[in-house]
Design a protein around this ligand. Structure first.
Ligand SMILES: Nc1nc2c(ncn2[C@@H]2O[C@H](COP(=O)(O)OP(=O)(O)O)[C@@H](O)[C@H]2O)c(=O)[nH]1
Ligand SMILES: [Mg+2]
Length: 316
């Protein structure tokens, strides 16, 4: 077997160890349990498949994706011929990796300036935190950043973003609570163009109880952004909270129907047993997971590496 890519440098090893620890609850609730029953069974039979199915569904992998995984285990020759627990486990790992690993992409700035990143998602998923972490990352790269308070619904949200703008040395554009999000974005992009800002990060509202209005508001934000910069937003990130489990699926549907979601950021994978939702999201949508959040500190927002993710779930 080739060495997993996480063995390459001390720094990568350190990251990997940390990721493994952060994902430990998901690891226990899915792979840990499955490994145990595979060890007891030692071969692939219907009883084992049924138990695996139950564990995957409980682990928030979702019915559709679970069915696919179990069906592959049932059909694959290397699974049928597996003679011991390690071989069965290796096949399962391979199947999970193939689901998580397709069409992956990391967040990279293109050449456009300003480069406009729109951030959408339900309240509390981690939009503002993600924007702050991204702003710091870009600032560390020597780029200028602007944070735009498009979540005009709550005064606290605007204040929170302003604090992050100060801390990260970013420009800040807002029009106060209750103002029109489209109008805030219009002004911000005009200013960003005039100031030659490198990266504009737009925060948006995420109240769920007025879903229809929210989606209309987000569509309008996109229209206004395009009025100023036709190719923008260059990136539309949907932030999903892993702890909400299956809800993330309906959120992805609703948001991606309203706005051109180009990438997913899945936060709060630390401390949750529901991380299987990432596998479902990778399976059900053609939208890459570009980053994951495994904690509240700066280094806890990481580029998503599917191989590393699956390795972290399987390694003892
Ligand atoms: N444990 C953990 N907490 C996070 C993560 N990302 C964000 N949070 C926390 O989630 C809460 C809501 O985040 P916020 O950015 O305000 O969400 P917003 O309403 O979408 O803007 C805050 O307390 C964040 O610190 C993560 O990856 N792990
Ligand atoms: Mg917010």
């Amino acid at each position: 077997m080739p060495e997993p890519n996480n063995q390459s440098s001390p720094e990568k090893r350190g990251f990997f160890a940390r990721l493994k620890e952060k994902l430990s609850r998901t690891k226990e609730s899915i792979v840990g349990k499955i490994k145990k029953i595979i060890r007891l069974s030692g071969k692939v039979d219907e009883a084992l498949l049924e138990q695996i199915e139950e564990i995957l569904i409980q682990g928030d992998v979702g019915v559709e994706t679970t069915t696919k995984i179990v069906e592959q285990l049932r059909q694959r020759e290397d699974a049928r011929k597996a003679e011991n627990a390690d071989q069965v486990t290796a096949v399962l790992k391979d199947i999970l990796r193939s689901i998580v690993e397709h069409d992956e992409r990391q967040l990279k700035l293109g050449d456009a300036r300003p480069y406009v990143i729109l951030v959408v998602g339900v309240n509390g998923t981690g939009k503002t935190t993600t924007i702050a972490k991204l702003a710091r990352r870009f600032r560390d790269q020597g780029l200028t950043t602007m944070l735009v308070a498009g979540d005009t619904f709550r005064a606290a949200a605007i204040e929170q973003l302003e604090i992050w703008a100060r801390r990260t040395g970013s420009d800040f554009v807002s029009q106060g609570m209750g103002s029109d999000a489209g109008s805030v974005c219009y002004d911000a992009l005009q200013a960003a163009r005039a100031r030659k800002t490198d990266v504009v990060l737009i925060d948006t509202a995420g109240r769920l109880h007025t879903k229809v209005n929210l989606m209309e508001e987000l569509k309008k934000v996109v229209r206004v952004v395009r009025k100023v910069i036709p190719e923008a937003p260059h990136e539309t990130l949907l932030v999903l909270d892993a702890t909400t489990g299956q809800n993330a699926i309906s959120q992805t549907k609703i948001f991606s129907e309203a706005v051109p979601v180009s990438g997913i950021v899945m936060t709060k994978l630390d401390g949750t047993a529901k991380g299987g939702i990432l596998i479902a999201i990778r399976d059900l949508f053609d939208i890459p997971v570009v980053m994951i959040g495994v904690g509240e500190s700066q280094e806890d927002l990481r580029d998503f590496d599917p191989v590393e993710f699956v390795d972290a779930l399987f390694e003892e």
